[in-house]
Design a protein around this ligand. Sequence first.
Ligand SMILES: Cc1cc2nc3c(=O)[nH]c(=O)nc-3n(C[C@H](O)[C@H](O)[C@H](O)COP(=O)(O)OP(=O)(O)OC[C@H]3O[C@@H](n4cnc5c(N)ncnc54)[C@H](O)[C@@H]3O)c2cc1C
Length: 375
Amino acid sequence: MNLEETPTEAAFRAEVREWLADVPRELSGARDFEKRLDFDRLMAARGFLGYMWPREFGGAGGDPILASILEEEVGEFGMPLQRSPSRMGTNLLGPTLMAHGTAEQRERFLPHILAVDEVWCQGFSEPNAGSDLANVQCLAVENGDGFRLSGSKVWTTQAQHADWCFVLARSDVEAPRHKNLSFMLVSMKEPGVDVRPLEQLTREAEFNEVFFDDVAVPRENVVGKINSGWQVAMTTLASERTYGLRSRYGYYIRELQAVARLVREHASGHQRAIWTGEIGHLYADLAGIRNLAYKVLSLAAAGDDVAPVSPISHLWWTRTHQRVADLGFRVASAVGVDQEYWYHLWLDSRGETIYGGSSQIQRNLISERELGLPR
Ligand SMILES: Cc1cc2nc3c(=O)[nH]c(=O)nc-3n(C[C@H](O)[C@H](O)[C@H](O)COP(=O)(O)OP(=O)(O)OC[C@H]3O[C@@H](n4cnc5c(N)ncnc54)[C@H](O)[C@@H]3O)c2cc1C
């Protein structure tokens, strides 16, 4: 693999930087949902959102290396794409509809995902179905020309802002596991949908409980075959474990540079030497994550299976980011500068080894599927 940038890649990086120079600075590092949405819409207007989506689905048909440069620059600007409101549509549902949706579903939903004029959320997890996702109990009962949905979901990120939710529901109470679920697109405006925000460690409410009480779902909103929702959801999960990798690199490097600045400006002696060593180790990890991201994007663009790499990358970036946040928090606390920022990041990063599949589940996947170890 050649890691040198070609003239085309360098020119594209310059183009992205030029565009970012005109983006309002207040959007850099913004945690506020509305501001992140503003940034998404600027990306959409510039044709950068869904950059790798095929042209037939309204995307730019972008090359994976250029897409990774775009992600990295946006991350370094201070807008981690992996936290953007558009991600549920562009990175999770979009690829799922491209793989399993009908022509009508693609035509109805994909343009609005790309324009970010409809916001999506992911309704998979339930109180007793997180790691064991196949155990979902939310019930979809056939009724005339559609379904009536009842039950509850939990940890549903951005449900309080969403227009739509893609839901995994039990559509057959008799059939065995993995053959009893359907993947359905549910309007959050439908009567019977109740969203209750959950306060997190950070005092923010990013995720929610969602209750469905006899909610109408038309038959044409089922993605894939009825009772084949498990296979459809696997496409979504594979995307979830690999998206935004280069953006993570750009954003995490930015954070590591902030730690390095604190150490340079405020530390001395043996303490400075120890922290400098830790920064060096983290820099090496981030460089590795950057190169793994090239591989994942190249595999995805070639239509190859990313499943073998996705748990490895998920484990690596989540742990590494927690280590960056941990070092930043320790340094900030010791030197008495920027403590609030680092405390928030430290708390916020706790969830990274849980969502998208916990670290234990990623290790199970590696050991059982890749190494062939016994269950
Ligand atoms: C910030 C955040 C945002 C989220 N956003 C969403 C969202 O938008 N939509 C959505 O559907 N879900 C979302 N989730 C939920 C997330 O997918 C689940 O939390 C996750 O899958 C784990 O499920 P659980 O919480 O039920 O934990 P459990 O499955 O109950 O697991 C508890 C513990 O047991 C371990 N464990 C469980 N099974 C095994 C096993 N077989 N082998 C070894 N260890 C095991 C787990 O690793 C964990 O440590 C979000 C979670 C977080 C933290």
